[in-house]
Design a protein around this ligand. Structure first.
Ligand SMILES: Cc1ncc(COP(=O)(O)O)c(C=O)c1O
Length: 387
């Protein structure tokens, strides 16, 4: 099928909820993608932080194939070893409590919000500006962005949002607060790292009022910022944390991970999902963790991230550069980020993402090497020098 055929099918049959780029990818390997005409692309977008191991990592493919040949679905009324092994691995690598599986980031956050409300027996949820937690009603209610919330009002009651500052969070949390939810590094709004003082203030405010501190690590977790979990940079430990995106190596999975205090808040029947914790996605998750939970890989991500940030800052037209590890964004002084991303795709075969009119985000696979980082920089330089 040609691109024109695909566009006609989309126009006639898909609800128009996405703005798609004019390319169909049909194959991927490592950091590379190929379109239907056989053109090769360098992927610095990774399905928005999903393909952290690159495309079709052999360990993930093998785990999926092996599990799919034996049992694809079994439901949560029975035991399933992959989900129990993955739960143990996730909890032991982070907060030490227990895990509840979901199918996506927004669902993992729904579970976290429900858990916090049940723990406090109701209460307000505090989120911060520039945060993004998902599109379902609870997560959307914690995502204070007018354009995303307004068409779907009324939202869930009991949510407030404040500036992501220590003072604002401290002032917002009181005896009626069930939880504070935030991303240690805010992704969708353009890679804004919250300062250690902000995270510490949120921790102290939650401690003072028996509220739950929830970190949304759906995008910034699992090695993206150069440590297995983003909270490890600050040393501020949340009561609960959510993960998704790269956990399934491309398969849909999310997880709520609790610390000890919240581990037994849910009772049987409180929350659940048909597909959550399925054997194939959990087998993939175990394979992903085997590769990502490796200090050498994480250290290389930190080094390459620093190299990319320094080099990008030298390019013409680039203003502020932000980020940690391989979660990077830069500002274009004269704007035009969506146009640059389109030109990068069509002229240089470099897959990038714009989070807004002035902001370009780089989310390369964690398995890239220095030569691929330099190749992406070369293509970016060509675009920006010619601009
Ligand atoms: C920090 C964060 N939380 C939640 C989500 C929602 O995840 P999903 O799209 O899997 O529902 C996203 C998605 O971009 C995200 O970046």
């Amino acid at each position: 099928m040609t691109l024109t055929d695909l566009q006609a099918l989309e126009r006639d049959h898909l609800v128009p909820a996405y703005a798609r780029m004019p390319v169909e990818f049909v194959r991927g390997e490592g950091a590379l993608l190929w379109d239907a005409d056989g053109n090769e692309y360098l992927d610095f977008q990774t399905g928005l932080a999903v393909n952290s191991l690159g495309h079709c990592h052999p360990a993930v493919v093998e785990a999926i194939r092996d599990q799919a040949e034996r049992l694809i679905h079994v439901g949560n009324l029975f035991y399933s070893e992959p989900s129990l092994r993955l739960a143990k691995r996730l909890a032991e690598s982070s907060l030490g409590g227990k895990v509840h599986f979901a199918n996506s980031g927004t669902e993992a956050n729904e579970a976290a919000l429900k858990l916090a409300r049940k723990a406090k027996q109701q209460g307000t949820i505090v989120s911060v500006h520039r945060g993004f937690h998902g599109r379902t009603y609870g997560s959307l209610s914690a995502t204070p962005q007018e354009s995303k919330q307004a068409p779907f009002a009324p939202l869930v009651p009991g949510f407030v949002s404040v500036e992501p500052t220590a003072e604002a969070i401290t002032a917002a949390v009181d005896a009626g607060t069930a939880a504070v939810i935030l991303e240690p590094v805010q992704g969708e709004s353009g890679v804004y790292e919250l300062g250690d003082d902000v995270l510490r203030a949120a921790r102290e405010a939650c401690d003072a009022h028996a509220a739950a501190l929830i970190f949304d690590e759906v995008q910034c977790g699992l090695g993206r910022t150069g440590t297995l979990w983003a909270y490890q940079h600050s040393g501020v430990v949340p009561d609960a944390m959510t993960t998704a995106k790269s956990l399934g190596g491309g398969l849909p999975i999310g997880a709520l991970i609790t610390g000890e205090r919240l581990a037994d808040v849910f009772a049987a029947g409180d929350h659940g999902s048909t597909f959550a914790g399925g054997p194939v996605q959990c087998a993939a998750g175990l394979a992903v963790l085997d590769v990502i939970d490796d200090e050498a890989l994480l250290a290389r991500g930190r080094e390459l991230g620093e190299h990319l940030r320094h080099a990008v800052a030298e390019l013409p037209g680039v203003g502020e550069v932000r980020g940690r590890g391989l979660m990077i964004a830069f500002e274009l002084v004269g704007g035009g980020a969506p146009e640059l991303v389109t030109r990068a795709l069509t002229e240089e075969r470099l897959v990038l993402n714009a989070t807004g009119p002035t902001t370009v985000r780089l989310l390369p696979p964690l398995i890239i090497d220095r030569a691929q980082a330099d190749e992406a920089l070369r293509r970016l330089a060509k675009l920006l020098e010619g601009a």
